[in-house]
Write a protein that binds this ligand. Sequence first.
Ligand SMILES: Cc1cc2nc3c(=O)[nH]c(=O)nc-3n(C[C@H](O)[C@H](O)[C@H](O)COP(=O)(O)OP(=O)(O)OC[C@H]3O[C@@H](n4cnc5c(N)ncnc54)[C@H](O)[C@@H]3O)c2cc1C
Length: 440
Amino acid sequence: MARAIMWFRNDLRLNDNPALHAAARECEEIIPVYILDERYLERGQWGFCRTGPFRLNFLLESLYQLSEDLRDKGSRLQVLKGIPEKELPRLAREYRCSSLYASKEYAHEEIQVEKALAGALDTRFYHSSTLFEPESLPFPIGRLPDVFTTFRKQVERYAEVPEPLSPPEEIPGPELPDTHIPSVESLGFRLPPADERAVLQFKGGAVEAHSRLDHYFWNTESLSSYRETRNGLVGAGYSSKFSPWLANGCLSAREVYHEVESYEKEVVQNKSTYWLKFELLWREYFRLVAMRYGRRIFFPGGIQDKKTEWEESEDAFEKWRTGTTGDDFVDANMRELLFTGFMSNRGRQNVASYLVHQLKQDWRKGAAWFESLLLDYDVYSNYGNWMYAAGVGNDPRNRVFNTAKQASVYDGDGAYRRLWLEEPENDTLAFANHYFERQK
Ligand SMILES: Cc1cc2nc3c(=O)[nH]c(=O)nc-3n(C[C@H](O)[C@H](O)[C@H](O)COP(=O)(O)OP(=O)(O)OC[C@H]3O[C@@H](n4cnc5c(N)ncnc54)[C@H](O)[C@@H]3O)c2cc1C
């Protein structure tokens, strides 16, 4: 009898999950597993916790939803804390599994884990987070165009986004222990308090993801004006806010893409609907850049191997990350990030440019701070965008943002800055202080 482990990673969903789909088709019994990788709960190279409390909380909520969805199919998610390449072979022995199914990742550390597992088990990896099957692209990965527009034109013309897969009818398996998901506190963090100024009270899981998608597309038809509103700074309506669910795989990029196409048929096809697909192509592109360049996306000189010299100033960096630089637009954005785990795309571009070009600090430190705090942290989009901002990525130009000018264009009445520069509620402040203490 074929029994397999389905190892969930950044694909916390039953819908459109190619690895799960294949396991259900090919195996008689499935053991669904998630491993909280201890290494991601530790501090990284720059001293910040790699997974901060916002993202951890969102992840645990997503796991909770996944476990409910699996339960409805007759299965029990096994959640463990440890090192995947140790725990998974052990579980495979314990449950006498002949193979392991999982979604593929493309960054260095994740690839090392995949290699270690392949040495111990019969592993099968699937592309679950991309729009396209990389093998079906009109160029080999080694020839990925270095300019986004060239890439975009080629895929728009020659590549197809596969239809999303339906979830398995049932997920049979042996009797398994009940699911136990740890709390944020039991993992050593304080639960972030809700900040009513946040763009959205994000909650993890596939059900919440689909309800946001229904809201943004079908209930409010906000998609029809996405192109005009997407540079906004305040409130839930200015952009889709799908990113945390996409990063954890509660929602697949293919589902979003095809939902846009349905919307285009049923409501309207305009520049805005095109632009959302355009942004999904940026997300795709950064995944392919990681596939092509491997570890170089983490190097100081980025994929260009550019000679870079940064000034090392603890003081400048502290001011940046605590939102006390004195530049009110930068500070407002950094405080929003600190208190909510989210920042608009406009904000991210400005604070990244400020850190790199004004304060002349190593971009990788900024990327690591984002990694710790962002709800939607995704290694490819984060490092890809940071390299871009630092002029060591796909655009070699130094794109310096004039933050005062940007503030006057995008926050002309100052409402955004007033919102975030005012003194926060006591519990928010206590939480932020606790978080900083933890980094010391
Ligand atoms: C310095 C910097 C760091 C960033 N780090 C991340 C990150 O860790 N994770 C992340 O998902 N995005 C990152 N972004 C990209 C972008 O800011 C967010 O994807 C976006 O703000 C999320 O909000 P939204 O879902 O409402 O986006 P929307 O504007 O509604 O866009 C829809 C989706 O398209 C994708 N997308 C949009 N813009 C980009 C972009 N520039 N690059 C890649 N994908 C994009 C996202 O998946 C997003 O959810 C970063 C941008 C910068 C400048």
